[in-house]
Design a protein around this ligand. Structure first.
Ligand code: GLN
Length: 200
C-alpha cells in the first residue's frame, strides 16, 4: 500500500531512504510505507539528496561493503550523518555502521556471533518500547562486542548488546522488517521527525 502522503512534523512529507545495494531492502520499504512515509531506494550518492533519514538493511555485510566501495558511497553516507540525519541499521546494517566499517556508531560488531549451530532464532526482546517486548528474529546475527561510553544499549541477549543508540544512529542485530510489529521502525521515524524539526 503506497497510501496518501502523511504530513510530517513540519507539514511536509517525510522521505526516508533504504540502502538498496543488497539484502532485504524491500521488506523495509514495505514497513516504512505502511507507516506513511515516502521511501526511496538508495544506490548511488545522488539518491541521498533531500532524504530525512536512511535505513541500512540486513543482508551480507561483505557484499554491502563492496557495493559501498564500488559506488563511492562511504563519504556521502558520513556526510549524511554529519548533517544530523538519522540512520537505522539492522543486522548487516548494524555491522556496516560499526567502528570497522563506516564508523558512525562507537561499537564493534561481532559477525555471526551466535555461532554456527544457532544461526537463526526468534525471541521476545525487551528494548524499552511501549507495549512490551518485540518478537525479535535473529538470522546469522551479529552482537555488539564492545561499545564506547556514549552508546546506550537498549536490549541484550545473554548479556550481549543487540540493540543500541548513539545520537542519531539506531542499530538492531535482528530483523524488525520481518513480521508485523512496526514499533522499531516507528521509533526510528520519531527520531527522523525530531531531527527535521530541530533543523527547521
Ligand atoms: N551474517 C550476515 C553478515 O555478517 C548478517 C546477517 C543478516 O543481515 N541477516 O553480514
Amino acid at each position: 500500500m503506497s497510501g496518501l502522503p502523511s504530513p510530517g512534523a513540519t507539514g511536509e512529507q517525510i522521505s526516508v531512504g533504504v540502502l538498496a545495494l543488497q539484502g532485504d531492502f524491500e521488506a523495509h520499504r514495505a514497513v516504512l510505507e505502511r507507516l506513511g512515509v515516502s521511501v526511496r531506494e538508495v544506490r548511488v550518492p545522488a539518491d541521498l539528496e533531500r532524504l530525512d533519514g536512511l535505513v541500512i538493511p540486513g543482508g551480507e555485510s561483505t557484499t554491502i561493503t563492496l557495493g559501498i566501495e564500488r559506488e563511492s558511497l562511504a563519504e556521502p553516507l558520513r556526510a549524511f550523518h554529519r548533517a544530523g540525519k538519522p540512520i537505522f541499521g539492522t543486522c548487516a546494517g548494524l555491522i556496516m555502521l560499526d567502528r570497522d566499517h563506516l564508523g558512525l556508531i562507537d561499537i564493534r560488531a561481532e559477525r555471526n556471533a551466535f555461532g554456527r549451530q544457532v544461526r537463526s532464532f526468534e525471541a521476545p526482546l525487551e528494548i524499552g518500547l511501549a507495549g512490551g517486548p518485540v518478537e525479535a528474529i535473529f538470522i546469522r546475527a551479529p552482537w555488539i562486542a564492545e561499545h564506547g561510553p556514549n552508546v546506550e544499549i537498549l536490549g541484550q541477549v545473554d548479556g550481549h548488546g543487540v540493540a543500541a543508540r548513539e545520537g542519531s544512529v539506531l542499530v538492531v542485530a535482528f530483523h524488525p522488517e520481518l513480521g508485523d510489529d512496526d514499533r522499531v521502525h516507528a521509533l526510528f521515524l520519531q527520531g527522523v521527525r525530531d531531527a527535521r524539526l530541530a533543523a527547521a
